[in-house]
Design a protein around this ligand. Structure first.
Ligand code: CA
Length: 223
């Protein structure tokens, strides 16, 4: 897995690079718009982590360039500029996800892995956890030998939780992850509870153990 980090804050960049390296992710680093454009013109990555305010220009230029060359790279914007407008614009320009600074690097890694799993449709992409088997290619889920029908959001939620099983996921984190269309974010995050409830019910009815724990006041945890 190869990632390009575009970030001009040296300290943050160093900690991200080191953390990803420690988790077997190859991470290249660029700290200007110009050097980033250079890299994406000659290399391909599984995922690009993109800061928006760079010393010599705006990160959206990268998104435009990737779009121009029909690039397959997944892009996660990492930025402190968290207005809804910026998010929508970034997603419209082709970004896949958006993580607001400050964030936990473990969450960044989970997002990268989730993004790559979603993008990796060129093979038999099966994710397993105990009695659960998810085929991300055919979008089918089995508990033991029982097939269960999940909505797209429930499927996303299941993969996100399994992919992030060591930490507590807050409602807002889950909401951001699920709301690729952004529409839900305009309201409150109660829809997260509804998705969790439905997912739990479907898994339970198929005879699955209950791995989704509610962490009071904090969110949810897969364990
Ligand atoms: Ca910056």
């Amino acid at each position: 897995m190869k990632v390009l980090l575009i970030e001009d804050e040296r300290e943050l960049a160093n900690s991200i690079v080191n953390y990803l390296k420690g988790n077997d992710v190859i991470c290249e680093w660029a700290d200007t718009l110009e050097s980033s454009l250079d890299k994406i013109s000659s290399h391909t990555y599984d995922c690009i982590l993109l800061d928006l305010s760079l010393p010599d220009g705006h990160g959206f230029e990268i998104l435009k360039e990737l779009k121009n060359k029909n690039a397959t790279e997944g892009v996660i914007i990492i930025s402190a500029k968290e207005t809804l407008q910026t998010k929508i614009e970034g997603l419209n320009l082709g970004a896949d996800d958006y993580l607001t600074k400050p964030f936990h690097i473990s969450e960044l890694l989970a997002r990268v892995q989730a993004l790559i799993r979603r993008k990796n449709f060129n093979g038999n992409n099966v994710v397993r956890f105990q009695e659960i088997e998810i085929d991300t290619l055919s979008k089918s889920v089995k508990v033991g030998h029982t097939q269960i029908d999940l909505t797209k959001k429930e499927m996303d939620l299941l993969l996100f939780m399994i992919g992030n099983q060591n930490g507590v996921l807050s409602k807002s984190t889950i909401a951001e992850h699920l709301s690729g269309d952004m529409a839900d974010m305009l309201d409150n995050h109660d829809f997260v509870y509804a998705h969790i409830k439905n997912l739990k019910k479907k898994l339970h009815e198929a005879g699955c153990n209950d791995y989704i724990k509610t962490v009071y006041g904090l969110g949810y945890k897969w364990q």
